[in-house]
Design a protein around this ligand. Structure first.
Ligand code: SF4
Ligand code: SF4
Length: 378
């Protein structure tokens, strides 16, 4: 831990930027090694995202103009690929029209309609896409548009075979065991274009069977390092700006957080800011105490979700963060969206303790449920 804080409690102190960077570097190297060599690249199997995830990406766009302009230009480049696919569809469609114009008018009409939707989607990416929440949610429609077009195409005898042949090898129409394969994720070009704000399922997914990313990570990293790798370092004003952005986008955009290094009345300031958008905020102070999630944070209910919970404690650790994340993932599974903000004065290393779910490699890693922020000196 950094020298900047006192260490009265098992080496507790502030987290510094170098620790976060070192842990991130270690995790990135493992992921790029294992996922880079993987032939079952998750991103090639389609988009694993929902509306919540699009809110995350939209929020990241509001926070960073550079990220936003990259997402916009990458999606426009992706639109070029989709147009190339569309040309393959249109070539095939012309052939089908020449052959079936007399007796399949209804099927041809359905095919025309689905191609028009595809074209409109490409036009939207080229002309109107501003990376707002609504725009990003609209992007999720593409897999349905593509599926509809493929269904319309395969309604014709031989349609499923002729499309990949006519569209050509540079398109997404590759034949798999069960017909034309799904296209890769809409947010994938050479790599993930929203890496800083990945959808929950992508960010948390660590395969447990071959090639076994979760084994490599849990073998080569401690839970402390793993959790630290998910922190971002921020100044106090930047954290308050993030809260402002979230609140201006609407209460459903406010993410649960663990903020380390926020002594004094920082937790009160966060609670006051939350009160501007929520009918009530529950505040809890664990005076001089260590965060024990099982004791300090009640499992969310639909009633408690209406009131954010702000907890101020002296210390928090990786096991507590992990437990809180697991709790929030479970809540998400029950379609509950609680807002829990933990403000800890200091970070306490786990010193050999591990969470059982981490040790037993029993779940994918849950940390995207929380924004983890370490306050660094302004
Ligand atoms: S998580 Fe596993 S399956 Fe997915 S790309 Fe990485 S190594 Fe491959
Ligand atoms: S959002 Fe990114 S990480 Fe997730 S499937 Fe798409 S490209 Fe891959």
């Amino acid at each position: 831990m950094s020298e900047t804080g006192p260490s009265p409690d098992g080496g507790a102190g502030r987290i510094d930027r170098a620790e976060i960077d070192a842990a991130k570097g270690r995790l990135d190297r493992i992921v790029s090694d294992v996922c880079g060599a993987c032939e079952l690249n998750c991103c090639l199997e389609g988009t694993m995202a929902g509306t919540d995830d699009m809110h995350r990406i939209a929020k990241a766009c509001r926070r960073s103009p550079e990220f936003k302009s990259r997402v916009i230009s990458e999606l426009r480049a992706r639109a070029l690929e989709l147009r190339r696919d569309l040309e393959g569809m249109e070539t095939t469609s012309r052939l089908l029209k020449a052959r079936f114009a007399q007796d399949r008018a209804e099927d041809l009409g359905r095919l025309d309609d689905s191609l028009a939707r595809w074209r409109a989607f490409c036009d939207f990416l080229d002309n109107d896409f501003e990376a707002s929440s609504n725009d990003l949610v609209h992007c999720l429609m593409f897999s349905a548009i593509r599926a509809m077009a493929l269904r319309a195409m395969t309604a014709f005898p031989g349609g499923a075979n002729v499309l990949p042949a006519l569209a050509g090898p540079g398109t997404s129409f590759q034949v798999g065991r069960r017909g034309v394969k799904p296209d890769r994720c809409i947010f994938h070009r050479e790599t993930c274009m929203v890496a800083e704000a990945k959808p929950h399922k992508c960010a948390d997914f660590y395969c447990s069977t071959e090639p076994g990313l979760i084994d490599r990570v849990t073998d080569q990293m401690t839970i402390d390092e793993f959790v630290l790798a998910h922190f971002e370092s921020q100044t106090r004003p930047e954290i308050l700006r993030l809260l402002d952005i979230e609140l201006s986008m609407g209460p459903e955009h406010v993410a649960s957080k663990v903020i380390v290094g926020g002594g004094g009345d920082f937790a009160d300031g966060v609670a006051a800011q939350l009160r501007s958008a929520f009918a009530g905020v529950t505040e809890k102070c664990i005076e001089g105490g260590h965060l024990d999630v099982q004791v300090d944070i009640p499992p969310p209910t639909s009633d408690s979700c209406a009131r954010p919970l702000v907890v101020h404690c002296a210390t928090a650790d990786a096991v507590g963060v992990y437990e809180l994340s697991v709790m929030l993932v479970r809540a998400r599974g029950e379609t509950l969206h609680p807002v829990v903000v933990v403000v800890a004065d200091e970070w306490r290393p786990c010193a050999g303790t591990e969470h059982p779910l981490w040790r037993e490699r029993a779940i994918s890693q849950p940390l995207s449920a929380l924004a983890l922020i370490a306050i660094v000196e302004e």
